[in-house]
Design a protein around this ligand. Structure first.
Ligand SMILES: [Zn+2]
Ligand SMILES: [Zn+2]
Length: 268
């Protein structure tokens, strides 16, 4: 298996302090073929959290281009973004994606009902089950509303990193809803990200859970991407070997790595 990490954050994201060069050096040490930076952009992030996930392409692209030139022949460096999907910001998101030369775009749900499940206020006044279910409802609404302007759906069951983790298997809880989400991805030609970032938060599986991956495969899904969601270099490529084995056991043979918004398929 050729490793390539396609979900990586740097100091261009407010929740990471990592210099891109630290990730690059680590990727080379790990023998990776390529690396895609995917810093955060979330339009209209709720002000009560007092943080802003703004990524300025005018600063980002020239910075990454210098590193691409410097490491040419040593590591393929790609410039991507993880964009927060919100139906209210559809127009801005669409323009932002289409007016910049991204290699790869991850679409993620970071908000539901104008609240971020990373924070406790998301869970107030409802059961954990209701709070989890609401997140997937927001995801379905976004997938229905958005044209396929992004390449892959980020960390599908990310919500289980938050709350008390009393539920971690969305397929067993809400099979019809999850089926609708997976079918929309297939209908729209959007990939499904396999994200190993939840394991360090205490989950025993990658996003999405094996049951969702098995269902996606059963429906004919093959377009998976792979990312660690590393915010520091020690998490780059986290759990990729074991996740690769798991994916093969579930019937996947390849994962996609994007450049210029086009997938190339690498063997697992
Ligand atoms: Zn995310
Ligand atoms: Zn991320």
């Amino acid at each position: 298996m050729y490793y390539s990490d396609c979900h990586v954050h740097t100091f261009f994201s407010p929740d990471s302090k990592t210099h891109p060069r630290e990730h690059i050096e680590q990727a080379i040490r790990l023998g990776m073929d390529s690396l895609c930076f995917t810093d955060h952009m979330d339009f209209d992030y709720p002000p009560q959290y007092q943080i802003s996930f703004d990524l300025d392409p005018k600063a980002y692209f020239p910075y990454m281009q210098k590193l691409r030139d410097e490491y040419d022949g040593k590591l393929k460096i790609r410039t991507g973004v993880e964009i927060g999907l919100e139906t209210a910001c559809q127009q801005q998101i669409s323009e932002y994606i289409q007016s910049n030369p991204w290699d790869f775009v991850i679409g993620s749900i970071h908000l539901s009902g104008r609240l971020d499940p990373y924070f406790a206020d998301y869970f107030e006044g409802r059961t954990v089950r209701e709070a989890y279910r609401a997140y997937f409802g927001s995801m379905l609404s976004c997938l229905e509303a958005f044209d396929p302007i992004f390449d892959t759906l980020g960390h599908l069951d990310y919500i289980f990193r938050c709350g008390d983790q009393s539920i971690t298997d969305a397929w067993s809880e809400w099979p019809d809803l999850m089926d609708a989400i997976l079918r929309l991805l297939l209908d729209k030609g959007i990939g499904l990200e396999v994200n190993t970032g939840g394991i360090k938060s205490g989950l025993t599986f990658q996003h999405p859970h094996d049951h969702l991956l098995a269902r996606y495969r059963e429906l004919g899904g093959e377009l998976i991407t792979l990312g660690s969601d590393a915010h520091s270099p020690d998490h780059l490529g986290d759990y990729f070997a074991q996740t690769g084995e798991r994916l093969k056991a579930l019937g996947f043979r390849y994962y996609a790595v994007f450049a210029d918004r086009k997938p190339a398929f690498l063997a697992l």
